[in-house]
Design a protein around this ligand. Sequence first.
Ligand SMILES: [Fe+2]
Ligand SMILES: [Fe+2]
Length: 310
Amino acid sequence: MSRAPRSRVDLLEEITPDVTRLYERHLESPRDWYPHEQIEWGEARDFAEYPWSPSDYPVGEGVRSSIYVNLLTEDNLPYYTDAILRHAPTDHPFRDWTYQWTMEEARHSMVMRDWVHVSRCLDPTALEDGRRVQMAKGEAPRPATFADLIVYVALQERATQIAHRNTGAKLPKDDKMGRTVLGLIAGDETKHYLFYRDLTRAAFTIDPSTLMIALTRQVSTFAMPGTGIPSFTRHAVRIAREGIYGLGQFLSDVLTPVLGLWDVEHVEGLSREAEAAREELVSVRAHLSAAVERMADRAAQLAARTAPAH
Ligand SMILES: [Fe+2]
Ligand SMILES: [Fe+2]
């Protein structure tokens, strides 16, 4: 028998004990690292005396694009907090969790920018121009319901963790500071992902139909929160080409594990509309897989055509 559809207020109310439980679990393993301790300050050089040049930090354009996009994405934090607080009533533990989350997220842009300036991996003027353009727009994903929000943030935290981890792996071998910084950030994102992943799992047991419909909607429209960044598409293409983050990673490292953990195939008690949403989700996933395969085939053909003849 399917359950009656519930309103957003009901889900928020019923999920309160799970928010408290997961927030307490989060606090039990604190990660109180200090941004200033990660930076080799003695390596810094004055930009007025030594103007920036790409040769200061030789690295592929996809890696440089990824550092730029990831940092500007972290800079945009005030608008993500705003989007989340719209679904966090006063006196609800979800509000306390969001304050904690914001406190942890804020150190990501701090430490990244310190590393970027000391290592000279990005043009500091272009970076600040990008920050000014993006932040003046106040652009951020604003999911309409609490269910849509928690699904989106779970996917996005996982995607961000993968993007930071894969960027760290592509840094020049001698940049230990960069690897440490990106590793610490990826570790925070992992903990945020675990909170939202398990909160969504709990929400599925409270109101499976609402969650299934929200999940299909979010997967169908999923985009990383960087669309306000100047030349975002150009950077996104470079980042995907570098193998750091793109449709392939979204499918294999984000969607597949998350849908498996939520056991989407076996969710019971769905309304007719939610059952239709689950079927649509299967076809969206199949389309994504086909697109990833087509891209891989095209890349293989291109590699074969451009390979030196023996
Ligand atoms: Fe972050
Ligand atoms: Fe995050």
